[in-house]
Design a binder for this molecule. Structure first.
Ligand code: ADP
Ligand code: ADP
Length: 219
């Protein structure tokens, strides 16, 4: 599913959080969404996911608006903020609860937990998880429906170098499987590690889009 953002605008009072923004995100690549804090990244990602209503413009995923997807969890996975779970719940039970609510087979919880490398911590309680483990659990939750598109908002925030290396390998493997991966960050150094392509915004507007090496090399 290609993501197409077309002339998206979001106005809050007198703030243009997102201002006539257009870009596309290609399947099979990890696309970084880079901009300083307050640039409009979260607002854009939330408009993609139908969590914020655009003032103008539209966004589609695989040619459809998120609101029109018949089975959104199987199309699009989202990792939106420092992921949380009930403190006293184990990692595996957290995923099983989501599977049950979403009508997904219970076996998806085990498969997905293993996929993010958390099988050894399956029976440990969430409150004992490190930040990196919490992020992996959030990613696992987003992947339960085996979506073709994964959208992550600042997933590397606060991770140590080992956590970022893991994130890079994981996201690249998803892209290699032909999935669409859109990952935001306010750090250029993180984008250089994580992304193949980059979309740069500032003050709600597109600054540049292209392969990360070319775009960064020309800055
Ligand atoms: P980023 O994710 O790049 O840090 P955001 O999308 O969170 O940027 O914010 C963009 C701008 O919009 C900021 O000025 C922010 O304060 C403002 N903003 C975001 N959400 C809201 C909201 N719900 N109400 C009012 N202002 C908002
Ligand atoms: P909308 O329903 O227009 O899509 P949101 O769901 O993004 O807006 O935001 C709902 C409310 O949350 C906003 O009206 C605002 O009061 C508050 N809010 C959320 N984030 C921010 C922010 N960064 N700055 C100011 N207010 C915010």
């Amino acid at each position: 599913g290609e993501i197409v953002v077309s002339r998206l605008t979001k106005v809050y009072g007198n703030v243009r959080a997102v201002n006539d923004l257009s870009f596309t995100v290609t399947p099979g690549r990890v696309t970084g969404f880079l901009g300083p804090n307050g640039a409009g990244k979260t607002t854009t990602l939330r408009m993609l996911l139908n969590l914020v209503t655009p003032t103008a413009g539209q966004a589609t995923i695989g040619g459809q608006r998120y609101a029109d997807l018949t089975d959104p969890l199987r199309h699009v996975g989202a990792v939106l903020e420092a992921s949380s779970a009930h403190r006293g719940r184990t990692g595996i039970n957290h995923l099983r609860v989501i599977c049950a609510a979403a009508g997904l087979p219970r076996s998806r919880a085990d498969e997905t937990l293993a996929h993010v490398g958390l099988a050894p911590a399956a029976g440990r309680k969430f409150k004992g998880y490190s930040l990196g483990m919490k992020q992996r659990l959030g990613i696992a939750a987003a992947m339960l429906g085996d979506p073709r598109v994964l959208i992550l908002d600042e997933p590397a925030n606060g991770l140590d170098p080992e956590g970022i290396r893991w994130m890079r390998g994981f996201l690249k493997s998803l892209a290699t499987e032909g999935r669409t991966v859109l990952v935001s960050s306010h750090l250029l150094s993180e984008m250089q590690l994580l992304a193949d392509d980059v979309v740069i915004i500032a003050a709600g507007r597109l600054v540049r889009q292209g392969p990360v090496d070319q775009v960064v090399g020309s800055m």
